[in-house]
Structures are given as C-alpha cells and as structure tokens.
Write a protein that binds this ligand. Structure first.
Ligand code: GDP
Ligand code: IMO
Ligand code: MG
Length: 430
C-alpha cells in the first residue's frame, strides 16, 4: 500500500504551489485538492502559456493523470464553469480526468454576498477576504446548514437552496447590508442566481464520487497520490494569524479530514516557501518592507494576486514563521521558489529571530497581531547574476548555494529543490 504525499504552502500563500505540483505530477497517478476553494490562485507556466487554476488541481494538464476535488474543498459552480471552459480552450479535457467529491460544499451566490457584508461590518478590522464566499460557506458547513455537491441531484435541491438563501438574507439584514441593491461582479442576487443554477448542468456532467473511497482504493492498488494544499500555514484557521486567516485547515492535518485518509497513510510532505515573503490582505507581517526593496520584490516578482489582482505586500523571509510551519506540517522536503527575484540585490536578509519586549525569541506569540515584533536580521551577499539557463543545482552561483545551505541549516529541514523561474522547466532538484 502507498501513502499520500502532500504539498503545502509554508508562508501566507502564493509560494508557487501550483507550479511545483505541475512539475511533480509526472511522478503521481492522482492529484487531489483537500481544502480551500476559489480563493486560491495557482499559476502554471509551460510552452509559453500561463494558466491560473482556482479549484481544479494543478495536475489537470497531464491528461493521463486523475485529478480529484476532495470533500474538504468548497465549490462555486459559476467559477467552476469558467475554469472548465478556459481549460478546454487550452486543450485540456477535464471531463475525462477530473472527479469531484459529492461531499464538497457549495458556495451559493448569497454566501459570496454575505462575505462582502461581513467585511463591510468589520470596517477597518476587515480581513481583506477574496470575496469568494469562503468564510460564510465553511461557517454553514460547521453549522450543519450547508449544501453539498451531491445534493444537486436530489429532487428537493431547489427547496433547500431557497431555505438557505432566506437565512442568508436575514443575516445580511441584521448586518445592515442592503442585499437587494448589492451587485457582485456587476450582477444582482437574482441575476447571479440564474447564472449559478444554469452552471449546475455542467457540474452534473462530471463524475461525482465518494472520493474517500476512491483515494483509499488508489492507495490499496499502490497508485501514487499527491495532495495539493491551497493557502498556507500562516493563513490556517487554527495556527495562522487569527482572525486574519482563511476558514480552512491549510496544514498537513487538513489532508486527513479533507480527503478521508488516515494519518498513518500520509507520506512525504513537500513544503513550499519563497526566498522572501508576501502577504495579500490584512494582518500582521513582521518582516514587511515599505521601502524601495519592498517595491523591487513586488515588481521583480510580479507580486499581484492571482485571484484578485491586488498588489501583494512584500518583505524578507521570516524564519521563526517558517520553522513554525515546518513543525506544524512535519515537512520532509523543503522547496524554495523565486530566489531569481533577488538576482540584482547587493544584499539579502533573513529574519532569524524576533525581538519582542526586549527579549529575543523564536516562538510566535499568541499576541502576534498586537505586540511590536522586531525582526532580527542576518545579512547575506547577493549573487548578482541571472539564473536563466542554469539547469543543474550544482551550476548555481556558489554564493547562492551557500545561502541555500545556511537557510537549510537554520530551518532544520532538507531543501530538495530550488525553483528559478515561473516556467515548468526551471526546477533544480538537489
Ligand atoms: P500558488 O498560489 O502557491 O500556486 O502561487 P501563485 O501562482 O499564486 O503565485 C506564484 C507566482 O510566482 C506565479 O505568478 C508563478 O508563476 C510565479 N513563480 C513560481 N515559481 C517561481 C520562481 O521560481 N521564480 C519566479 N520568478 N516566479 C515564480
Ligand atoms: P493560494 O492557494 C494568498 C487570503 C486573503 C485574505 C485571507 C482570507 O493561491 O496561495 P478568504 O477569501 O480565504 O476568506 O481570505 O486569506 N488568501 C490568500 N492569500 N493566497 C491564497 O491562496 C489565499 N487565499 C486566501 O487575501 O487575506
Ligand atoms: Mg496563489
């Protein structure tokens, strides 16, 4: 029997998970998403083409591989339809190699509007949600009120939909939110609802399965399964910078409940981290840079949200946070992305510890959002050269390899690969 390998983001998302999953897919039979929803934006680049995936696993362009949307994922049918259409336009054939869990919850139009209502009610404490309805949909799941993909086949689906929508309208009312006049993506609730209902027809054409049986059967047959995480440890509902987090379990533990695999069936854990840090939306970010260097990271790294287009906040790599993520996830293989963004830098910094109230610590305090955290930096010399055309790890500049080695020592996890461009071909395994 094989085990499920897992690939996770270790910072605040957008580490390059999609690219690395695409690169690792040839080694696997099945790629499965286990949490999150259309808040994710996973970018793949190959043969001069760029593609951003939201709910569909990043193995989808490999036609002979099965892709699974697991029970822990939440799905918005209109966004799903758009994704399918743009995949088909690019030559993929998702109706053949995409299976969907019947237990995955549905994002209703009113969930998305409630997301906006919640953010409005929070005023200047808003989270900076992607407004995809993530919080309200997971709230309904936990409150045992949600609708699931399998429910679209039931004769009373419309009735149950209307009931849930009514509840959402009442909630919006208590938040003083004018749902009747609100437009999302230019649509009123009625217009959006009509589009949403029509999109269900496409969803019904897919293989809707009990994915926990499917995944476990694959393991039984010695097939290789890779679970693809969305978001990242620092956005995890339990361990992230709460309340500035998403509403799902983005750490390794989420794989068990999000796919129905037992902890004993989890194998290697690939942790993905950028050579610096970014964050979209609100919340603490101790190493954030507000200077020219921050701007350079943003510009060189094209740090604009794959889902919302918002500029990402940028800063130096944060080792206390990275060690924390590795601890929570049990990372066995660390993969570093985007060092090429700093090719021109004279100096590169790593935050190796925090100073909080005069004390140096490596522990992320409970009061992370409110305490003044002073990052302690170690400065490294930049390698000052392009990495383009380098195809072997050994051929990287010595200064860069020394930097990678130091990073590995300080995090305490083996760095097994370095990514040096957005393209599929540029991952150097060690
Ligand atoms: P994900 O959400 O973790 O899949 O990451 P995103 O796709 O949201 O953001 C990562 C961005 O960095 C995308 O635009 C990728 O194409 C790009 N990218 C990934 N790896 C590298 C790399 O090694 N170097 C550079 N320059 N860009 C990269
Ligand atoms: P990938 O998978 C980066 C952030 C949002 C916001 C907070 C809550 O591409 O790495 P939500 O819509 O989930 O309620 O938003 O989480 N966020 C992400 N940031 N990458 C993501 O996904 C994200 N998904 C959510 O910006 O701050
Ligand atoms: Mg992303």
């Amino acid at each position: 029997m094989t085990k499920v390998d897992v690939l996770l983001g270790l910072q605040w998302g957008d580490e390059g998970k999609g690219k690395i999953v695409d690169v690792l897919t040839p080694n696997y039979d099945v790629i499965a998403r286990f949490q999150g929803g259309p808040n994710a934006g996973h970018t793949l680049e190959f043969n001069g083409m760029k593609h951003v995936l939201h709910i569909i696993p990043s193995g989808i362009f490999h036609k002979e591989k099965i892709n699974v949307i697991g029970n822990g994922v939440i799905i918005e049918p209109c966004i799903f339809k758009q994704e399918i259409e743009s995949l088909v336009a690019k030559g993929a054939d998702p109706e053949k190699n995409l299976y969907i869990s019947k237990k995955a919850h549905l994002i209703l139009p009113s969930h998305r509007m409630l997301d906006a209502a919640n953010e409005q009610a929070k005023g200047n404490r808003k989270i900076g949600s992607t407004l995809k309805g993530i919080g309200p949909t997971y709230t309904d799941k936990i409150a045992r009120a949600g609708l699931r993909v399998g429910d679209i086949l039931a004769p009373d689906f419309r009735e149950r939909y209307e009931l849930l929508k009514c509840q959402h309208m009442q909630t919006a009312h208590t938040l003083n939110f004018d749902l009747a006049n609100f437009r999302l993506d230019g649509l009123t609730l009625d217009e959006y609802e009509a589009k949403w209902m029509a999109s269900l027809d496409l969803l019904k054409r897919f293989q809707l399965i009990n994915s926990e049986y499917f995944i476990n059967q694959c393991l039984q047959e010695d097939k290789k399964v890779l679970a693809e995480g969305a978001q990242a440890a620092m956005l995890d509902i339990d361990f992230g910078t709460y309340p500035f987090v998403t509403s799902s379990s983005c750490v390794a533990a989420g794989v068990c409940s999000g796919l129905g695999v037992a902890p004993s069936k989890v194998g290697r854990i690939f942790g993905i981290a950028k050579a610096y840090c970014t964050r979209v939306g609100a919340g603490p970010f101790p190493t954030e840079l507000f200077d020219e260097t921050g701007k350079l990271l943003c510009e060189n790294g094209h740090e604009y949200g794959s889902t919302t287009g918002r500029p990402r906040r940028c800063g130096w790599i944060d080792l206390p946070a990275l060690r924390y993520a590795c601890m929570l996830d049990g990372v066995t293989d660390l993969i570093i992305t985007k060092p090429d963004v700093m090719n021109d830098f004279d100096e590169i910094k790593m935050c190796t510890a925090y100073e909080i109230e005069g004390k140096v610590t490596n522990e992320l305090p409970f009061e992370y959002n409110t305490l003044e955290i002073h990052p302690q930096y170690t400065t490294y010399k930049g390698w000052k050269q392009s990495l383009a055309g380098i195809t072997k790890y050994e051929d990287l500049p010595q200064i860069m390899k020394d930097y990678i080695l130091s990073l590995e020592e300080q995090v305490g996890v083996h760095i097994s690969a370095v990514s040096t461009s957005p393209d599929r071909k540029d991952v150097l395994f060690r």
